[in-house]
Ligand binder design. Structure first.
Ligand code: PLP
Length: 393
């Protein structure tokens, strides 16, 4: 009787939340659990940002805001984009969103329907595929390969575009691999897209501050050739350790902006007002907490990669961005998901099997190193003992 429309049979989810729930349940029984599964900074939001939200509440910002977000916050976003990438974006193109996810939800909804192809990275953030399937469009995975440094290949991506393709999703720095696509490759992709003027691009740049080894971020807004069909997804969740605040932004081209505004009006009216004031403080205030956080991730990254490479049958490429390591575990003889499940049940180490990010993730697991050095070392020790106890290779 309560059957809903068929598209709900196709919507997926994010297994990181299921792993988090299982890890929490195990911890509640007294088990010592080390959670390297969830993708969020283990830092608190910087105090001046919290204070700005408290002040906004005390100042009486309790009502609805415009659906697209308050102007000072949209201006702060444009100033930040200009300062970091030299791009001119008008506040009329910027929309404040309740996190990064709603931008992918809305953009996939705007293009996805039966008969349409949408390209997305595999392995990649699981919600891309979930939403594509929900709309009835055909999900076309773009393989992200270890031998390519987990960067996307422009040639391979362009080779998958057909007259049915309406949207291409790209993500660098990437989840789950930590891969960063070099500028030369992005240049090639943008040049090749000239042949496909009907393909919109959604660039997920949520990890744009999390780069190592002197890498600089390549923002797709810096390519005027595709500005009229580029959707930029970004937000505060990772950069300012604000995952629970639900604050993001999108830059929408042309009439997509109005589509998105109407979706917001229909769905959630506006983003929490006090949170928007916190967002202004984040962008306009001191950036030292973010810099220190990224330095700390960099230090842990080296510990994780060194430790993983010492485990039997495991090899780990050095990630250049985000806060994930994506070791190749195929030579352990274990399939990735059973390995992740057994590690959690037997040793209390929570990580995510690569196939949860797409079929090309088989043979890999994802570890988030947004955890203390002590936790990382404990996890590595337990993984080593486990693999020694259960040799399959
Ligand atoms: N995009 C990528 C690649 C992510 O990894 C995440 C979160 O893990 C998001 C978007 C979603 O961010 P938010 O929590 O702001 O919705």
């Amino acid at each position: 009787m309560l059957d809903t429309v068929a598209s709900f049979d196709r919507i997926g989810e994010e297994n990181a939340f299921a792993v988090l729930a299982r890890a929490t349940a195990l911890a509640a029984t007294g088990r010592d659990v080390v959670n390297l599964g969830i993708g969020q900074p283990d830092f608190k939001t910087p105090a001046h940002i919290v204070e700005a939200a408290v002040k906004a509440l005390r100042d009486g910002h309790h009502g609805y805001t415009p659906a697209v977000g308050i102007l000072p916050l949209r201006e702060a976003v444009t100033a930040d984009l200009h300062a970091r990438f030299g791009v001119s974006v008008s506040p009329e193109e910027v929309m404040i969103m309740p996190g990064g996810k709603p931008t992918m939800f809305m953009s996939i909804l705007m293009f996805g329907q039966p008969g349409v192809d949408i390209l997305y990275p595999d392995p990649g953030f699981p919600i891309y595929r979930s939403m594509i399937e929900f709309t009835g469009a055909r999900p076309v995975p773009v393989p992200i390969r270890e031998e390519n440094g987990f960067a996307f290949s422009a040639e391979e991506t362009l080779g998958l575009i057909t007259p049915q393709t309406r949207l291409l999703i790209v993500n660098s720095p990437a989840n789950p691999t930590g891969g960063v696509t070099p500028k030369a490759e992005v240049d090639k992709l943008v040049a090749g897209l000239a042949k496909w003027p009907n393909v919109a691009v959604m660039s997920d740049e949520i990890y744009d501050h999390m780069l190592y080894d002197g890498e600089t971020h390549v923002c797709l807004l810096t390519y005027p050739e595709i500005r009229d069909r580029l959707i930029l997804l970004n937000g505060w969740s990772k950069t300012y350790a604000m995952t629970g605040w639900r604050l993001g932004y999108a830059v929408w081209p042309g009439k997509l902006y109005d589509n998105a505004r109407k979706l917001a009006v229909n769905l959630y009216s506006c983003v929490n007002a006090a949170t928007q004031y916190a967002g202004i403080a984040a962008l306009t205030g001191p950036q030292d907490a973010t810099v220190a956080m990224v330095e700390e991730f960099d230090r842990r990254r080296k510990i994780v990669v060194d430790g993983l490479n010492k485990l039997p049958g495991v090899s780990c490429a050095t990630p250049k961005g985000a806060f994930y390591a994506f070791p190749n575990v195929s030579r352990t003889g274990w399939k990735a998901k059973p390995l992740a499940a057994a590690l959690l049940e037997e040793t209390g180490v929570a990580l995510i099997g690569g196939p949860d990010f797409g079929v090309c993730g088989e043979g890999y697991v994802r570890l988030s190193y947004a955890a203390s050095t002590e936790e990382i070392e404990t996890a590595l020790g337990r993984m080593g003992d486990f693999l020694a106890r259960h040799p399959k290779a």
